[in-house]
Ligand binder design. Structure first.
Ligand code: ARG
Length: 226
């Protein structure tokens, strides 16, 4: 992109954290998922080639801010705090944090979390939300799967994570269940360097085209059964 300064690039570089099925995850050596396909479709609209860079979740917006990546696409929730460092595109999905427990757990809802150990992925909205709950022991993991693994092994009492990855993780781990009680709705959007309105406008225009053509719904339906 021209925004890179010196060299005119034909690539759209997407920073992500490929530990978040069905939005981004490894299929063999390849990173696939909803965000990868949406970003690919946006790149196509812009006449660019998509390049996906996998990194720690809390490095994504740093990469976007420094110009190492053009966009951050990682099931990333729009928050006031993040808006101080990056701009966000229009939303392309709604999500919510949920609580995963072992079957038969005495945790039935948010009120039962007092005094419990809670696993989260470092730097996520689940992390922020759980840290606000009174008297919990926070266990922060680099990957959501590591938190779920610790729960399955009985090392922690629950995991707070986004609803769609939660579904995937629970399906893969017998004995784990998602509680009915949910937290507030969150909006997923694409992060872009603050002030780069040119790219922001282009991404929003491409997103609008994908929404109107039904392509966005098609991509989502490929990974999430209604
Ligand atoms: N939606 C949550 C957040 O924005 C979690 C996103 C985690 N994404 C990832 N690719 N690991 O904090």
């Amino acid at each position: 992109l021209a925004a890179c300064g010196k060299k005119e690039s034909k690539e759209l570089v997407m920073a992500t954290n490929a530990e978040f099925p069905p939005y981004e995850y490894y299929d063999g050596d390849e990173i696939v998922g909803i965000d990868v396909e949406i970003a690919g479709a946006i790149a196509k609209e812009l006449g660019l080639e998509l390049k996906v860079e996998d990194m720690a979740f809390d490095s994504i917006n740093v990469a976007v801010d420094s110009g190492k990546a053009d966009i951050g696409a990682a099931g990333m929730t729009v928050t006031e705090k993040r808006l101080k460092n990056v701009d966000f595109s229009d939303s392309y999905a709604t999500a919510t944090q949920v609580i995963i427990v072992q079957e038969g757990s005495d945790i039935k809802g948010v009120d039962d979390l007092v005094g419990k150990s809670v696993g989260v992925q470092l730097g996520t909205t689940g992390d922020i939300l759980a840290a606000d709950i009174e008297d919990v022991t926070m266990e922060r993991f680099n990957k959501g799967t590591e938190a779920v693994m610790a729960l399955a092994q009985g090392k922690i009492d629950c995991v707070i994570i986004d609803n769609q990855p939660a579904k995937v993780f629970v399906e893969k781990n017998e004995g784990l269940v998602i509680l009915d009680e949910k937290f507030a709705d969150e909006e997923y959007a694409i992060s872009i360097k603050k002030g780069n309105t040119e790219l922001l406008d282009k991404v929003n225009k491409a997103l609008k085209t994908l929404k109107e053509s039904g392509e966005l719904d098609k991509i989502i339906a490929k990974y999430i059964s209604a």
